[in-house]
Design a protein around this ligand. Structure first.
Ligand code: FES
Length: 132
């Protein structure tokens, strides 16, 4: 992708992704940086960028759905009443085998020792940039 602003080898280069308004709330975009694809997501106005390569078997994790975590709603007797999607805890779901990753941390929901590769993302003058 164009607009490299850093050329020092070993230092992450900065890539222009898109205008910030092109990323919907609780949505994301995929950016082809040439050497890798990065998914950039927006939740509660904040941006998160991850490598589009799942740590399980390399699937296109950022092409998966972004959903609220599934939680059980309990009644007064602590019995499960129904399942709800908690949009305060968003999960990125890999389309290959369904591994779920916490959007804020990139950690696997089933085992927090594993996490997606995350990149710094910034907005300047309404434009989203990723350092990768
Ligand atoms: S490759 Fe992502 S869950 Fe298997």
């Amino acid at each position: 992708m164009e607009n490299h602003t850093t050329t020092d080898p070993g230092v992450a280069q900065r890539y222009r992704v898109c205008a910030v308004e092109e990323i919907a709330e609780n949505g994301g975009v995929l950016a082809d940086l040439g050497h890798r694809e990065v998914g950039v997501f927006k939740h509660k106005g904040r941006l998160y960028a991850y490598d589009n390569r799942c740590i399980h078997q390399g699937g296109p994790v950022c092409s998966g759905e972004l959903l609220g975590a599934t939680k059980l709603e309990l009644d007064e007797g602590k019995q499960a009443r129904r399942e709800i999607l908690d949009e305060d805890e968003m999960r990125l779901v890999c389309p290959w085998h369904g591994w779920e990753f916490d959007l804020l941390s990139g950690q696997a929901a089933h085992d927090r020792r594993y996490r997606l590769r995350r990149f710094n993302v910034t907005v300047e003058d309404g434009v989203v940039y990723v350092d990768a």
